[in-house]
Ligand binder design. Structure first.
Ligand code: ZN
Length: 458
């Protein structure tokens, strides 16, 4: 029997230092330093991705984040270009295509907008979508990218920082506006680089909680003619109404996907062993539902593999995407066996129980309880992205009430002695120690938000 696999199994970086093993204290998000550590940690994560079954990886920030230098080649010095090529070579050696995270009219244009009045509308982060000068900048950047670097494809994103709302642009609906810019960019890329994999992520297409009205579907269908796949990420909720998803997928000329249903997102300055949130049961069910509806693409969130929950979520995700029919618990068990190499059946079973219990404890503690058994929780922010301070653990502060936090504390604390016993029962002891560190990190944060003595009812 052949495995039922997703066609486009993309690891979503997102930013190059999101996969870094160590925190970058006091750095503003998104930090795009590309030093030896970044290259080494990206390589380690890419090896895990490829081994798990991913076939491409999206990376943002290889060349810039907010600002291309208007003299484009001056954006990237020789040393950085060398490191970018090293990352691309590493990906190729693992069999992964690198999709360059390309801002379309926004993400990367701040300096161009500040200097060139011809592209400037009311949004300082997004070029005007109606001016020919904006399109000229877009094509100059694409030409530069294609001439200088051998990317496997492009992740196009027009909508994360909002749009132009000048008199010429305003009459278009969000879906029409973003789809037009993405389609034109994809069409240009397709002609110039026919082999490149092209996808659009709809991040920010519409205000949160709203869905694309049926009369706007034709804009996405036209966009789909120029793409390999379209991703409705679901940061807070999906833009394609769940009940209509199957019809939409049938109408779309390219593959369709999501970001995997649930993901945890810390700023790069956050300690990598400060949380422990495995979510394999939930993401497993999400991927089964998506595949059953006809979805054949996923852009699955990465993170630092120095976090034991993140490492397992990635190793699980790639395998589930490569064979969606696998039982989720069996798959988790297999992943833990490979990574931790437990010395006995009992140790193996207890390890599976630790990951299962940590997932259940987290989702049961959320308030309000996530709809649909937590399957579509979307993005979970651990801390505020803005600023340079470490920031409070907002996932504990805002997403749980006092009773939820107390229950979460109790359930995580109960895992500590089990994990301590496992250290001598697994061949990869370093990994077991990382679980203990992540549990202690999460417990310290719970205690910070809610000191023991102040807990009501205990
Ligand atoms: Zn405009």
């Amino acid at each position: 029997m052949t495995a039922r696999a997703f066609t486009f199994r993309t690891a979503q970086g997102v930013w190059i230092n999101d996969m870094r093993h160590s925190a970058m204290p006091h750095q503003k998000w998104p930090c795009v330093t590309l030093d030896d550590d970044a290259v080494r940690d990206l390589a380690a994560c890419m090896r895990l991705q490829a081994e798990a079954g991913f076939n491409s990886v999206t990376l943002f920030g290889l060349l810039t984040a907010q600002s291309w230098n208007p003299d484009l080649p001056r954006t990237v010095d020789r040393e950085r270009a060398r490191r970018v090529r090293a990352v691309l070579a590493e990906a190729r050696s693992c069999g992964l295509k690198v999709l360059y995270g390309l801002g379309v009219y926004s993400w990367g244009f701040d300096e161009i907008i500040a200097r060139d009045a011809a592209v400037r509308g009311p949004n300082p982060h997004a070029m005007c979508g109606s001016r020919p000068e904006s399109w000229a900048w877009m094509t100059r950047i694409i030409d530069y990218l294609l001439n200088e670097f051998d990317f496997g494809g492009f992740h196009l994103e027009a909508s994360d920082l909002g749009r132009c709302s000048c008199g010429d642009c305003a009459p278009e609906s969000n879906t029409a506006y973003y789809s037009r810019l993405n389609a034109r960019t994809a069409e240009y890329l397709r002609k110039a680089a026919p082999e490149a994999m092209l996808m659009v992520n709809m991040c920010g297409y519409l205000p949160r909680g709203t869905t694309v009205p049926r009369q706007d579907w034709p804009h996405l269908i036209e966009l789909g003619r120029h793409l390999d796949f379209l991703v409705d990420p679901g940061h807070t909720s999906p833009f394609i109404e769940p009940a209509a998803r199957r019809d939409f997928i049938q109408a779309l000329p390219c593959a369709f996907g999501t970001s995997g249903g649930i993901w945890v997102y810390p700023p790069q300055r956050w300690n990598r062993q400060r949380w422990f949130i495995p979510y394999t049961a939930r993401t497993g069910r999400h991927l089964e539902d998506l595949h059953a509806d006809g979805g054949r693409a996923v852009e699955y969130y990465m993170g630092p593999i120095a976090n034991p929950g993140t490492e397992v979520n990635i190793a699980f995700g790639g395998r589930k995407l490569a064979d969606v029919g696998c039982d989720n618990r069996d798959l988790l068990s297999d992943v833990l066996d490979r990574l931790y190499r437990p010395a006995s059946r009992t140790a193996h079973r207890r390890l599976v129980d630790v990951f299962t219990e940590a997932e259940e404890a987290f989702f049961a503690a959320l308030s309000p309880a996530p709809a649909d058994d937590g399957r579509s929780r979307g993005q979970i922010h651990l801390a505020p992205l803005a600023g340079t301070r470490t920031g409070p653990p907002i996932y504990l502060q805002n997403a749980m009430d006092a009773a939820g936090r107390e229950a979460y504390r109790r359930r995580l604390a109960a895992l500590l002695p089990v994990v301590a016993d496992l250290e001598n029962a697994c061949r990869s002891r370093a990994r077991v120690r990382r679980i203990a560190a992540a549990l202690q990190g999460a417990l310290a944060d719970i205690n910070r938000v809610q000191p023991h003595s102040a807990t009501p009812g205990t």
